[in-house]
Write a protein that binds this ligand. Structure first.
Ligand SMILES: Cc1cc2nc3c(=O)[nH]c(=O)nc-3n(C[C@H](O)[C@H](O)[C@H](O)COP(=O)(O)OP(=O)(O)OC[C@H]3O[C@@H](n4cnc5c(N)ncnc54)[C@H](O)[C@@H]3O)c2cc1C
Length: 409
């Protein structure tokens, strides 16, 4: 028997395990997934937790329930990958050999990298919403909040779901409006970027929307420290922003096990070929999802497009063929804008988000780079699609390559 080891049983690892099992069952391969726990979290749902919107329904499910029969799940912390010996070492003492390794360990937040975030202010007036614990604590704080300054700061890029901080701002505006306290709430978006988003057309559209909703944007803001006693966030260029509640999207890094294995870049992300998804510095290794160093969004939708390409490349590798350079950086994302509306963006390495209709050119039903109620229903339906299709590795009627048809340049 030969073995594929997949480290990380989140969005990307689960999808890959299920797709590969269907292809390789009965062909002399066993697939082993390693994760530290059995709690699969639907992370896009974390956005809604602080505002008490649909609570925590369907947010956490057991990983095992979403793996095809035949996939082996080992629950233990990955200590180290040993590429020379072609094996992984686990905290429970096991060493598991592999013929092919897939890295899907995702990314993690590093609040400890910014002075003042952790400490007396943490989960008192400084919160994250990228973890379940953080999102729940922020919900409790917002329930008591009667007015003041809410500042959201993205400390540095890359982060997962780069539109989630903008969505947070839009939802905070809608939440305060619905509670009748909007005139007592000041909203500030402090970003290290020079605009609301990285790509010009989307940055302009999203910047306009922030302005319309009276969210102040503090651009080029590179946070140096938070002072939890004075409740001030400072930047390297000497600016200071006061807050009553600071919502931080801390620096992100790859998993510590990747760094321990000497396989990561400066942020702990795995150097990966942008089109084949093969690891560039270690043999018999591929990667997908947030764990890679690729210049596309760190998003579940991206992991899905990558999985389509990677299954083919793993099968080619097994047959002794070179991988195909088929991944084009395709990303798409619904951006919740509040009051039952959302925007959809669709882009890749080469093409920035453009206006248009999606997925059927000229028809839709979704509107690109434009607010609509239909887009909001798409965002809500994504949760159902995630648990019932996406992580199960089912085929979706969406090409992994980005289409230009239906887009207006
Ligand atoms: C607030 C928020 C909103 C989001 N909204 C969207 C959205 O609207 N659309 C979208 O497409 N994406 C969204 N995302 C991003 C999406 O959730 C991630 O990009 C996606 O989950 C990445 O999948 P992954 O498999 O690479 O990582 P993950 O799903 O995070 O899985 C990584 C797995 O590896 C395991 N692991 C890591 N290191 C170890 C170790 N050393 N030992 C054992 N196990 C380990 C972890 O336990 C985890 O299960 C959002 C994320 C957040 C936080």
């Amino acid at each position: 028997m030969k073995r594929i080891v997949i480290v990380g049983g989140g969005t990307a690892g689960t999808m890959m395990a299920n797709k590969l099992t269907r292809e390789l069952t009965g062909r002399g391969w066993v697939i082993t997934v390693i994760d530290r726990d059995n709690n699969h979290i639907y992370q896009p749902g974390l956005l809604f937790v602080p505002f008490g919107m649909d609570g925590e329904k369907d947010l956490i499910r057991p990983r095992l329930r979403f793996l095809e029969p035949g996939v082996e799940l080992v629950l233990s912390e990955l200590e180290q990958i040993e590429p020379e010996a072609q094996q992984v070492a686990l905290a429970n003492g096991m060493r598991i050999p592999y013929d092919l390794l897939i890295v899907a360990t995702g990314t993690r937040i590093l609040p400890e990298e910014t002075p003042g975030l952790l400490g007396p202010g943490w989960q008192r007036d400084i919160f994250d919403f990228y973890t379940l614990e953080g999102a729940r604590a922020l919900h409790r704080r917002l329930e008591q909040f009667e007015g003041g300054k809410i500042v959201l700061n993205v400390v540095g890029m890359p982060i997962k779901c780069p539109v989630a901080p903008l969505e947070f701002m839009f939802l905070a505006d809608a939440w305060a409006t619905e509670r009748g306290i909007r005139n007592k709430v000041e909203l500030t978006y402090a970003t290290p970027l020079d605009a609301a988003f990285t790509k010009p057309k989307a940055a302009a559209a999203l910047g306009d929307l922030l302005e319309k909703k009276h969210v102040h944007v503090e651009s080029d803001f590179s946070a140096s420290e938070a002072d939890p006693e004075a409740k001030v966030l400072r930047s390297y260029d000497g600016r200071a922003v006061d807050y009553d509640i600071l919502v931080t999207v801390p620096l992100h890094g790859g998993d510590a096990a990747i760094a321990r294995s000497g396989m990561g870049d400066d942020f702990g992300f795995l150097p990966t070929h942008p089109n084949t998804l093969q690891a560039t510095e270690v043999d018999n290794t591929f990667a997908l999802g947030d764990a890679t160093d690729l210049p596309t969004s760190k998003a579940g939708a991206v992991a899905h497009f990558q999985a389509e390409v990677l299954v083919e490349n793993v099968l080619r590798h097994i047959r002794g063929l070179p991988p195909e350079a088929a991944f084009d950086g395709h990303a798409n994302c619904f951006i919740e804008t509040g009051h039952g509306k959302a925007i959809l963006i669709d882009f890749n390495y080469e093409t920035e988000p453009l206006p248009g209709r999606f997925p059927i050119p000229g028809i839709g039903p979704f509107h690109l780079l434009e607010e609509s109620h239909v887009n909001h229903w798409g965002k809500l339906a994504f949760r159902w699609a995630y648990w019932n299709l996406l992580v199960k590795g089912e085929e979706l009627p969406l090409d992994h390559r980005m289409a230009l048809a239906g887009k207006w340049s």
